[in-house]
Design a protein around this ligand. Structure first.
Ligand code: PHE
Length: 330
């Protein structure tokens, strides 16, 4: 009896204890064998033997139950430790990403012009005064420079205020005819509902032999382009001024929010300004050494297009990285 109890107490695992249970309490176990002896024991002794046996059984059962509880709790603790969740671990489940709305809009614009055989040109974001201003007929102290105040480096370089310097770089590098767009980031000292210090433009430039292109071609291509982007809208060319084009026009579309009835977005004018354009000023061609050519150019703000196409009220929200805004463009 003592040895049996000791055996139970010394069991080091649930498996071992289970073996002991079968050995002791099983059908063919030690206790069953003892109880089987009862039938051969005569009357009075039988009672004493049976009582002793029952007591032993209860004691052993008791030890067994206690040991079982201990081993079970050890096993549980072990299991919990093994299965604990490390919340700092990365999950393998990744959410599907998508292009940023500005990139999506940019792609749609580029696709249109590429389909018309325009080449896509790029230029540096840090520019010199010549490419950003001088060659574009914006001499030093020209008042129009005020509208394009930007960030200057100590060595006189600056963050380009528009994509127009890429026109200059392309013309200096290549011979006419030219049919190009220049998408990219530009910078200005602005920050409000409709301006951020960095934004994107797409520039367009067409240069042909003198007399081959005119304002009429500019008007036709921009009209078709704006219908492609905004659907069935009215388009208005409004006289304007840019130092690098003459004549110049700003282009408006009829307000897509109020159908030209007048609302806050269009400042109750019924029109939304969407781009700048014009016939290339002869001084620009002079600056790049082009002779006997005519051309037209245009420039637009990609964020402004994205805002209008998706009814985004604050342009700055495009750069705040708020997932609630961005996931609407998946
Ligand atoms: N560069 C002008 C701007 O940033 C836009 C423009 C480009 C206007 C080409 C006319 C022709 O405001």
């Amino acid at each position: 009896m003592e040895t049996l109890q000791k055996k139970i107490e010394e069991a080091s695992s649930l498996e071992e204890l289970e073996k002991i249970r079968v050995e002791l309490f099983g059908k063919k176990g030690i206790l069953s064998a003892e109880f089987a002896k009862l039938k051969d024991i005569p009357g009075p002794e039988k009672k004493v033997f049976a009582e002793g046996l029952n007591k032993t059984k209860v004691l052993l059962q008791d030890s067994f139950d206690k040991k079982l509880a201990v081993l079970k709790s050890i096993a549980l603790e072990k299991q919990l430790k093994a299965e604990s969740i490390d919340v700092s671990l990365y999950s393998n489940l990744r959410e599907k990403g998508a292009l940023h709305p500005v990139a999506q809009t940019m792609d749609k614009i580029i696709d249109y012009f590429v389909s018309l055989n325009f080449s896509v040109e790029t230029g540096p974001m840090s520019e010199d005064d010549f490419h950003n201003f001088e060659a574009l007929n914006l001499p030093k102290y020209h008042p129009a420079r005020d509208m394009q105040d930007t960030f200057y480096f100590a060595d006189g370089m600056l963050l380009r205020t528009h994509t127009s310097p890429t026109q200059i770089r392309t013309m200096l590098k290549e011979k006419p005819p030219i049919r190009m767009i220049a998408p990219g980031a530009v910078f200005r000292r602005d920050y409000d509902l409709t301006h951020t210090p960095m934004f994107h433009q797409v520039e367009g430039l067409v240069v042909e032999e003198k007399g081959k292109v005119s304002f009429a071609n500019l008007k036709a291509i921009l009209t078709d382009f704006l219908h492609h982007m905004f659907g069935d809208v009215d388009i208005r060319f409004r006289p304007s001024f840019f130092p690098f084009t003459e004549p110049s026009a700003e282009v408006d579309i009829s307000c897509i929010f109020c159908k030209s009835n007048g609302c806050r977005v269009c400042s109750h004018t019924g029109w939304l300004e969407v781009l700048g354009s014009g016939v290339v000023d002869p001084n620009v061609f002079k600056a790049v050494g082009y002779d006997n050519v005519s051309g037209y150019a245009f420039g637009l703000g990609v964020e402004r297009f994205a805002m209008l196409m998706h009814e985004i009220p604050d342009l700055r929200s495009l750069f705040e990285g708020d997932i609630r805004l961005l996931e609407q463009f998946r």
